[in-house]
Design a protein around this ligand. Structure first.
Ligand SMILES: [Zn+2]
Length: 175
């Protein structure tokens, strides 16, 4: 049952993708944020290269330690995103996986796939989300964000926006 639920979750993830999943560009991350009632789901894809400087499977003990350290940092949500404190959003769940694949010339690449789920006491006050991940990992240059609002039977509205090191905060304007 657990696998089935996971399968469905992964399928939804793919189907609702509007930020292109196939692109893997060093320096550029992708985020999908969905706000539904008092729930906020954030999915983030970051090239591993921008976090630890290499993407192949770790070969030495030092590299393995670097990967473990990076994963621990990413699982601390305060190192990645900050939701407007006034909205009183609490982290409800988090998940991190590494997706490995090969591109041209058999070069190994990898993405960190992060998922955070929040529950907010005052969701109407959620007016911004800061991507502090830019401060923590200096090789990260841009994040393409897709922000959408959930509604019964699908997505109500969506917008895409590019965040950069200089402009790391997503403004949320509700219509
Ligand atoms: Zn790569």
């Amino acid at each position: 049952m657990k696998n089935l639920v996971l399968g469905i979750a992964v399928l939804c993830f793919t189907l609702t993708s509007k930020v292109d999943d196939s692109h893997h560009v060093h320096g550029r991350g992708q985020a999908r944020i969905k706000i539904t009632g008092d729930k906020v789901a954030i999915k983030l894809k970051l090239p591993v290269h921008n976090i630890i400087g290499f993407e192949r499977q770790p070969k030495s003990k030092a590299q393995r330690q670097e990967l473990v350290k990076a994963e621990a940092m990413l699982l601390q949500v305060d190192n990645v995103v900050k939701l407007a404190p006034i909205s009183e959003c609490e982290l409800a769940s988090k998940k991190l996986t590494v997706k490995r694949f090969k591109k041209k010339k058999n070069h190994e690449h990898a993405d960190f796939m992060l998922s955070y789920k929040f529950r907010c006491l005052r969701p109407s006050e959620l007016n911004e989300i800061q991507f502090v991940v830019f401060d923590r990992f200096v090789k990260l240059q841009n994040i393409d964000v897709l922000l959408s609002y959930g509604a019964k039977g699908g997505t109500k509205s969506a917008k895409t926006e590019e965040l950069t090191r200089q402009r790391d905060t997503l403004q949320i304007v509700k219509s």
